[in-house]
Design a binder for this molecule. Structure first.
Ligand SMILES: [Zn+2]
Ligand SMILES: [Zn+2]
Length: 336
C-alpha cells in the first residue's frame, strides 16, 4: 500500500510502498478515505517531540476516517463496510488511576495513532476495534476527518462546562480548532464571541455562529469581554503566549480559560487577579471515547462539518510546508 513515512525527524516524509498492516483478533483493518493534517503532525515530523519515544519509521496522521475492510475474529461491533474514524488515542490501559477515574485520555500507557503506532497518511490503517469510532450517517467521511482531533479537542471542554445556554463563550484563534469551536458552542446555545487578529476571518467567524467579533489589532480582549459581563468560558486555540495573557482579563466571575494550543513559550500573569472572581485556568487534551461518540453524534445532528482544503496524499510534504508557513486557512485533509 502507498504510505507517507517519517524515516527521520526534520526530513520530508518518504512516499513509499509498504506492506498493508495485518490485524489481530481484536483489531480492524480500515481503508482510509481521508486523514486530516493536525499541527501536532508538524511537531512530530519536525522532531520537536523526539524525546517522546516515537519509533522510526512511522506513518503519521491521527484524524483518520475510512471504511472497515476486515475485522478480527473477536470483533463483534464492527463489520466490513462500516464507516469509521480512528483518533489520536488508540489504547488506554483501563487500570491506572486516570483510566479508573474516567479520564482515559490521561493514561500514561496510552498508544497514540501516528505518534507511537502507524497512522493514517496511508491507504490503510489498523486499530483496535474498541478505540475505533463509528461515523454516524449524515457526516461526509472526507470532511469529517478533522473531527477526530480538532473536533474532540474543542467539544470535550464545552461538554465538560455543562449547560452553556445563554453563557458567554469566547473562542480565541480561528483556525482548524477555532472554527469548529464556534459552530459547536453556538449549537449548544452559548453567546459566542470570536477573538481574532485582523479582518481576514471576521465574516467567517460570524458565519460559524459568532455574535461578536473582537479584533485584537483594534481593541483589548479584556475590556471588550468585560463590557459583556466577562466570559464564562474561553477556549484558547491560538498558539500565542501574548494571546493567553490578553485573554485572562476577559474572564468573568467563575470564568475558566481552557488552553488547547501547545504554546511553548512563557507567559506572565498576576495570580492575585484570579482570586476575586474565582477565575480558573486549565488545560484540556482530546477527550474520552464517550466524548468522541457524543461529539460525532452532535456534529451529525447539527450539520457541523469541518471546512477543509483537499490534497492528494502525494502532496503531503507541500501540505506540511504550507502548515509550517501558516498558509493553511483552516484545515487540510489528505486523501490517498
Ligand atoms: Zn491533532
Ligand atoms: Zn491507563
Amino acid at each position: 500500500m502507498k504510505a507517507a513515512v517519517c524515516e527521520a525527524f526534520g526530513k520530508p516524509l518518504v512516499l513509499s510502498d509498504v506492506p498493508a498492516p495485518s490485524i489481530g483478533p481484536e483489531e480492524v483493518l480500515i481503508r482510509v478515505k481521508a486523514c486530516g493534517v493536525c499541527h501536532s503532525d508538524l511537531h512530530l515530523v519536525d522532531g520537536d517531540w523526539k524525546d517522546w519515544g516515537t519509533p522510526l519509521p512511522i506513518i503519521p496522521g491521527h484524524e483518520v476516517t475510512g471504511v472497515v475492510e476486515k475485522s478480527g475474529s473477536a470483533v463483534t461491533g464492527l463489520k466490513p463496510g462500516d464507516p469509521v474514524g480512528v483518533p489520536w488515542m488508540q489504547y488506554a490501559c483501563g487500570q491506572c488511576a486516570p483510566c479508573r477515574s474516567g479520564a482515559e485520555m490521561l493514561c500514561a500507557g496510552q498508544k497514540s495513532t501516528g505518534v507511537t503506532v502507524n497512522g493514517g497518511y496511508a491507504e490503510r490503517v489498523k486499530a483496535p476495534a474498541a478505540f475505533t469510532h463509528r461515523i454516524p450517517e449524515g457526516l461526509d467521511l472526507v470532511t469529517a476527518a478533522p473531527l477526530l482531533c480538532a473536533g474532540i479537542t474543542v467539544f470535550a471542554p464545552l461538554r465538560r462546562a455543562g449547560n452553556l445556554a445563554g453563557k458567554t463563550v469566547a473562542v480565541a484563534g480561528i483556525g482548524g480548532l477555532g472554527h469548529l469551536a464556534l459552530r459547536m458552542a453556538a449549537a449548544m446555545g452559548a453567546r459566542v464571541v470570536a477573538i481574532l487578529r485582523g479582518e481576514g476571518k471576521s465574516d467567517l467567524a460570524r458565519q460559524m455562529g459568532a455574535r461578536e467579533v473582537v479584533d485584537t489589532e483594534k481593541e483589548k480582549i479584556g475590556s471588550r469581554l468585560s463590557r459583556m459581563g466577562g466570559a464564562d468560558l474561553i477556549l484558547l486555540t491560538g498558539i500565542s503566549a501574548k494571546l493567553f495573557e490578553q485573554c485572562i482579563p476577559g474572564l468573568g466571575p467563575n470564568g475558566t480559560l481552557v488552553v488547547l494550543a501547545a504554546i511553548a513559550e512563557s507567559a506572565s500573569l498576576i495570580p492575585a487577579g484570579l482570586i476575586t472572581g474565582q477565575k480558573a485556568i486549565c488545560g484540556s487534551v482530546i477527550g474520552t471515547r464517550d466524548d468522541m461518540d457524543a461529539m460525532l453524534r452532535f456534529a451529525a445532528d447539527h450539520g457541523i462539518a469541518p471546512m477543509v482544503e483537499h490534497y492528494p496524499l502525494d502532496q503531503v510534504n507541500e501540505v506540511l510546508d504550507r502548515l509550517r508557513k501558516g498558509q493553511v486557512r483552516l484545515r487540510a485533509v489528505l486523501t490517498p
